[in-house]
Design a protein around this ligand. Structure first.
Ligand code: FPP
Length: 260
């Protein structure tokens, strides 16, 4: 067990840290099964891991941490499992609110919140308000979230604006679409981490991750420690992000048209 307040030194120079890290917290169920425990035990231990990763993100000066807590597709899981995940989110917020405040964390939600229970909706809103004055890490939790549904909602909002004559179809730009997504105002993720060895995006931040770097860790989420996080960041820093352009090293080498 790490000591309270335990933190690792910066894994990268401060200026090389990603501004926004997004995480697909996968493998809770399989991890529990490997231990001969029910899936919900994996979610419980996964929620404890959230605490540590949030704390470390704040200490390293990451601006936004987005966590994929519950997808649109997860509504199809057995009712008991859905209810345990919702309770864990509730419990986490209830218990951690003061601590998040002490750590100067802000809180946001993305997803179709209307599908959640009224009590959880209230708690999410209260937490958002309670932490709104802070200036540190933005903890952005994706609940009842799907990238396609988010893009669909944004498209509908824009279509309504056109129908009301507020904008013209030609006014729609990539920036305007971004401003109508749940993540409006947040930078796109620089790094998306998925645990458990699966290499899929699973409907997560589809629009926003167009130029993100991806890190797939074989570790199951309940075992994704601060050290694993630091190692993901070091891998990220060794990549060269070109955003569709060419590497600086290759400039000036465009003249060779000899046969291939
Ligand atoms: C994926 O593992 C994990 C989830 C669907 C739930 C994640 C939720 C938490 C960690 C709980 C609390 C969250 C917060 C923000 C406090 P899986 O069940 O799909 O694993 P499997 O692929 O091994 O079945």
């Amino acid at each position: 067990m790490p000591l309270p307040g335990f933190s690792l030194p910066y894994p990268l120079p401060r200026e090389a840290m990603p501004r926004h890290v997004a995480m697909i917290m996968d493998g809770n169920g399989r991890w529990a099964k490997q231990k001969g425990r029910p899936r919900v035990y994996g979610h419980k231990c996964g929620a404890e891991r959230v605490r540590e990763i949030v704390e470390q993100s704040g200490q390293w000066g990451i601006e936004v941490l987005t966590l994929y807590a519950f997808s649109d597709e997860n509504w199809g899981r057995p009712t008991e499992e859905v209810s345990v995940i919702m309770k864990l989110i509730e419990h986490y917020l209830g218990k951690e609110r003061e601590e998040l405040n002490r750590k100067n964390v802000r809180f946001q939600i993305i997803g179709d919140i209307a599908r959640l229970s009224p009590a959880l909706q209230r708690l999410l809103e209260e937490t958002k308000r309670f932490l709104a004055g802070n200036t540190g890490l933005i903890l952005n939790v994706a609940i009842s979230y799907g990238g396609r549904a988010e893009i669909t909602r944004a498209t509908q909002a824009l279509a309504h604006k056109i129908a009301r004559g507020e904008i013209k179809p030609e006014d729609i730009t990539s920036d305007l679409i971004s401003q109508h997504l749940d993540t409006a105002g947040l930078p796109d993720p620089d790094l998306v981490i998925r645990t458990s060895g699966e290499m899929r995006i699973s409907n997560f931040l589809l629009w926003q991750s167009a130029y993100s770097e991806f890190h797939f860790s074989s570790v199951m989420w309940p075992e994704f420690t601060r050290e694993e996080f630091a190692s993901a960041l070091r891998h990220y820093s060794s990549r060269e992000r070109r955003f569709g352009l060419v590497s600086n090293h290759d400039n000036g080498r465009l003249q060779d048209m000899s046969p291939c």
